[in-house]
Design a binder for this molecule. Structure first.
Ligand SMILES: [Zn+2]
Length: 481
């Protein structure tokens, strides 16, 4: 059965009959949709007919007749990919906002995160993941790259099933309907130079041999999801050795590769102390960075690193809201894009899950840095909202390694529909819709969301919101008691 990704009980904790699940997961019949307006690769179009079968757009026509079609009122956009998330961190959102004795930073936040994850059961992981994914869909993200580093039981020993928690992520993706690129994380050491892992890291740690078994097991767990992809994620240069990095790249030569890099000033200083090079510099000198790579954060770059990175074709995995929340710093966005760099956005710590807000924060960070406006639009007269949206579509799609990111034949039917009657959208058109969506109305303007041809959000609400929220609330009540 297509929904049976969990080996024990795939409908555990869910309401509704399994028959609903089979039907809702498998859109094998042709679905004939009709939209008032849509953003196509060629630009804005009206009266757009889209035929979807088995999750994929089979035909698309503008200026079409609506006869016999399912009319979905509003403005259709390709759904944005969320290229970086740790879903479990949604459960601790807001728990690290109390001032400590001195110098709160990413590193003090990390201590709170380690304490929180020390209590998570597999059921908790699944409940929190489903809640986060539901919010992503309601917030304009239709696909997710989950950077999944929580692997083992409380004492650091593997579960009987090595991919137990990868399976929970897959089950949450099935329940919510979000598109999935699962990135099992290799975390092999506590810090630069082979430092032993500390107690807070014991649920993450694998050697290369066990990691590669985990990747294989994760592939099994997502086999029945619509077009899911499993990539690899060496956690960071501080958590993997050069030898381990070389080994996993050789063992998995095709899939997406994601890595955290240069998020923190201390990380840059530690990398220089270890190797004599800055993190991005080290990576560009020692690893075959190309278009299958996504460098997460890459916050601290020299001009030389910025230009070299832009030329690789790798995406910059920007998480502007989390980077602001953690006090990481500001990415070299203007120079990177001017050099031809590719970017996407991710919700990372999931402190605030909201696709248009990530784009807005990216632009605003650059405005504050450069004391200027509309700095990420590419040319005079271009809409900043459209430049941000199309940029994040292109880079995010590349980072997820899936056939998404465009309303075009052969792509998955991942569609976000804005409410054209929303007061901020009703009297404008074209690129002004995107400017208003990104800078004014935000996710409140989202009316419906379709993933792989299946409706998952209507009137701004996920179809399983009540059940998913009840399960999440129960988990959080126990974890914070
Ligand atoms: Zn991260």
């Amino acid at each position: 059965m297509r929904w049976a990704v969990h080996p024990e009980c795939p409908c555990k904790g869910r309401t509704g009959s399994p028959a609903d699940w089979v039907e809702s997961r498998t859109v094998s019949m042709m679905r004939k949709l009709f939209f008032d307006h849509a953003l196509l690769p060629s630009g804005w179009a009206t009266d757009v007919a889209i035929d979807v079968k088995e999750g994929v757009i089979r035909a698309i026509h503008a200026n079409a007749a609506s006869d016999g079609r399912e009319h979905i009122a509003g403005i259709a956009l390709p759904g944005l990919p969320n290229l970086h998330s740790h879903t479990f961190q949604r459960g601790m959102a807001g728990l690290a906002e109390i001032r400590g004795p001195e110098g709160d930073s990413f590193w003090t936040w990390r201590q709170v995160m380690y304490r929180f994850l020390g209590h998570l059961t597999p059921d908790d992981v699944e409940a929190i993941a489903a809640f986060a994914m539901m919010e992503m869909l309601e917030g304009g993200f239709t696909a997710l790259a989950e950077f999944h580093y929580l692997h083992h039981d409380f004492d650091g020993r593997p579960y009987a099933d090595l991919a137990e928690l990868s399976g929970r992520i897959a089950a949450a993706a099935v329940e919510t309907g979000i598109g999935l690129t699962l990135l099992p994380v290799l975390y092999a050491q506590g810090g630069f130079g082979g430092t032993a892992p500390n107690e807070g890291q014991r649920r993450f740690v694998n050697d290369v041999e066990r990691y590669l078994r985990l990747v294989e097991a994760a592939r099994e767990r997502v086999r029945n999801l619509d077009d899911a992809v499993v990539g690899i994620a060496p956690h960071s240069l501080r958590a993997v050795t050069p030898e381990a990095l070389t080994q996993v790249l050789a063992a998995v030569p095709q899939s997406p590769v994601h890595i955290h890099v240069a998020e923190q000033v201390k990380e840059v200083e530690d990398c220089i102390a270890w190797s004599g090079r800055r993190p991005v510099e080290w990576l560009l000198d020692h690893a075959p960075v190309n278009a299958r790579w996504c460098l997460i954060h890459a916050t601290h770059l020299t001009p030389d690193e910025t230009h070299r990175f832009a030329r690789t074709g790798a995406a910059a995995g920007l998480c502007p809201i989390t980077e602001a929340n953690l006090g990481d710093g500001i990415f070299e966005g203007v120079d990177f894009l001017a050099a031809g760099g590719s970017f996407g956005v991710g919700s990372d710590s999931n402190i605030d899950i909201d696709a248009p807000a990530e784009l807005r924060q990216f632009e605003y960070s650059q405005r504050l840095k450069h004391h200027a406006r509309n700095v990420l639009a590419r040319r005079e007269g271009e809409s900043t909202g459209r430049a941000l949206y199309e940029g994040a579509l292109a880079g995010g799609t590349r980072a997820l390694g899936r056939q998404i990111g465009a309303l075009a034949t052969g792509h998955r039917a991942d569609i976000v529909v804005l409410d054209s009657a929303h007061p901020d959208l009703a009297s404008i058109s074209g690129d002004r819709w995107l400017d208003s969506f990104v800078f004014v109305a935000g996710k409140a303007a989202i009316d419906s969301v379709i993933v792989s041809g299946r409706s998952v959000v209507t009137k701004g609400r996920h179809h399983r919101r009540d059940a998913i929220t009840a399960r999440y609330s129960g988990a959080i009540a126990r974890l914070t008691a």
